[in-house]
Design a protein around this ligand. Structure first.
Ligand code: 4PL
Length: 244
């Protein structure tokens, strides 16, 4: 058990890759706060875990994020691990992305990461220990169509990961990113992304569809104590699609 008695927040933990991460951290012994805008989804995931709670959270809201971090420390006494997984995953041709849509995506997928890191860093710095894992995407490397604003935000998170790692290393806090490729989830299967599976599979080194459980173990490793010398890195977990 890599995470015995560690306390973790997983944003977007109510479904998809986030839910798989919540279950994996739980299996490794962590107490998990499942944060999601969808309270029902978060509760369903938390109910299946050993010592977990659901918290309804919109990561683009500073007040929600403050309540999430304060609530975690109140409930479990500390915060060791923050997994920034919550995101909008759009499928929008460039011609349909107007400025309002661009701003909305950036506010959730990029500002949301700023807010959770800003709030979580306080108890982590006090403890002199922390693990921050930011979920990005191999679309940064692939330039996947119909997601220009999403790619911009994820590349922003990757850059932020490097900058924040530099500033927090002296406090015992590591900051890393995980970049999945196209993965089977409720979200991708219920969207135009599902049309891309066969094409993407043809580009991968390993010819099968990714599932959320293919992604979670890499997150658990970076969240663990033994990953202490890894910081500022982005690990691509995409079956060899981009080979970065
Ligand atoms: C290759 O992160 O990485 C579709 C949708 N295709 O969200 C993603 C690829 C999608 C991706 C992603």
């Amino acid at each position: 058990m890599k995470l015995k008695d560690r306390v973790a927040i997983v944003t977007g933990g109510g479904q998809g890759i986030g839910a798989a991460i919540a279950r994996k951290l739980d299996a490794e012994g962590a107490k998990v706060v499942v944060a999601d805008r969808n309270a029902t989804g978060a509760e369903k995931v938390a109910d299946g875990l050993q010592d977990a709670v659901a918290m309804e959270t919109d990561v683009s809201s500073e007040a929600d994020v403050a309540a999430l971090v304060d609530g975690t420390v109140e409930r479990f006494g500390k915060l060791d691990v923050l997994v920034n997984n919550a995101a909008i995953v759009p499928f929008k041709p460039w011609d349909e992305i107007d400025f309002a849509e661009w701003r909305r995506l950036l506010s959730v997928n990029l500002d949301g990461v700023f807010l959770t890191c800003k709030a979580s860093e306080v108890p982590m710095r006090e403890a002199g220990y922390g693990r921050i894992v930011n979920m990005v995407s191999n679309t940064i490397m692939a330039g996947t169509p119909n997601m220009a604003h999403y790619i911009a935000a994820k590349a922003g998170v990757m850059g932020f990961t490097r900058g924040l790692a530099t500033e927090l290393g002296k406090h015992g806090i590591t900051v890393n990113a995980v970049a999945p490729g196209l993965t089977e989830t409720e979200g991708t299967l219920d969207s135009p992304h599902k049309e891309a599976f066969d094409f993407v599979q043809g580009l991968q080194a390993i010819p099968r569809r990714a599932v959320a459980d293919d992604i979670a173990p890499t997150v658990a490793f970076l969240a663990s104590e033994e990953a202490g010398w890894v910081t500022g890195s982005t690990i691509v977990v995409d079956g060899g699609h981009t080979r970065h």
